[in-house]
Design a protein around this ligand. Sequence first.
Ligand code: 13P
Ligand code: SF4
Length: 357
Amino acid sequence: SAEELDRRIRAAKAALGDRLVILGHFYQRDEVLAYADYVGDSFQLATAARERTDAEAIVFCGVHFMAETADLLSTAEQSVILPNLAAGCSMADMANIDQVEECWEQLTELYGTEPDASGRVPVIPVTYMNSSAALKGFCGRNGGIVCTSSNAQTVLEWAFERGQRVLFFPDQHLGRNTAKAMGVPLEQMPMWNPNKPLGGNDATALDDSRVILWHGFCSVHKRFTIDQIAKARAEYPSVRVIVHPECPMPVVDAADEAGSTDYIRKAIEAAPAGSTFAIGTEINLVQRLAAEHPEHTIFCLDPVICPCSTMYRIHPGYLAWVLDGLLEGQVLNQITVSDDVALPARIALERMLAARP
Ligand code: 13P
Ligand code: SF4
């Protein structure tokens, strides 16, 4: 029962004390976040994992790539636990290391490896945090970097200082929306099709490219539409529409603002009482913001409930199970990144942390 799980989780937390830290992503359900020591977006949770070197176990209530990142940023003595190993991310799965290596080989063939007169290499690879550790390692090995939705522009600026163009994966929307906001024309953002290697891809478009986009997307954020925005504006003329940059470009263009999870939270906190917000992001976060801010009217753009189905796979039952394991000295569902991947992946992550303004 829920009471029984609550009792077990609280007892384990009390017994383990500072030896345990529980991290929870904003998209987790409230029944899970009730036990989190830190609640945040993927950037904030990565930072928390890096800072809490005193905790022996980091239990990550989020998805697989976040737990991998926590392992990369924590010490060798700490263990990172993902309560349900089936909590993956469909976007992260849309780019695998073999496809990216293949793409890189083709791009190297096309552009060579020589820097231009100002010392910029032909291509800098940039991976969204929402990707496997293997892809972060790829970026570390090839002069590249990681970004999150909260620092994508800073990271692209970093990349353009060092490279003539960027290969951005896995999320086409974050790549396109960010580069567009920086003034890169759409014609200079061809999409790489891994099923159609060079030749099948438009070589002319690639010649003039500034950002080469991967075809990945988030199944939650791609549901938002411009019709939903039009409807919200018709119903509430003073509505402020804020969407996550993982939404498709027409949706971001039709919104008033686009920003990461944390940006959305801060915008709501700073608004004068009585404001109306239509939000285009995951439903657990939107409903929590609405509950925390009764002084505003806050609703999700999508009238059909749209949770992230893989985030939802973390249930208090799994949390109780891994915590009971820790009490018995067992590390269940540990996430470890092997050294050959971890060393370069850390380089790409550290570049991101250093690039932050
Ligand atoms: P942020 O936590 O960076 O806002 O990312 C949203 C997301 O899709 C997490 O999976
Ligand atoms: Fe992946 Fe989208 Fe879920 Fe984030 S919200 S974990 S990007 S599927």
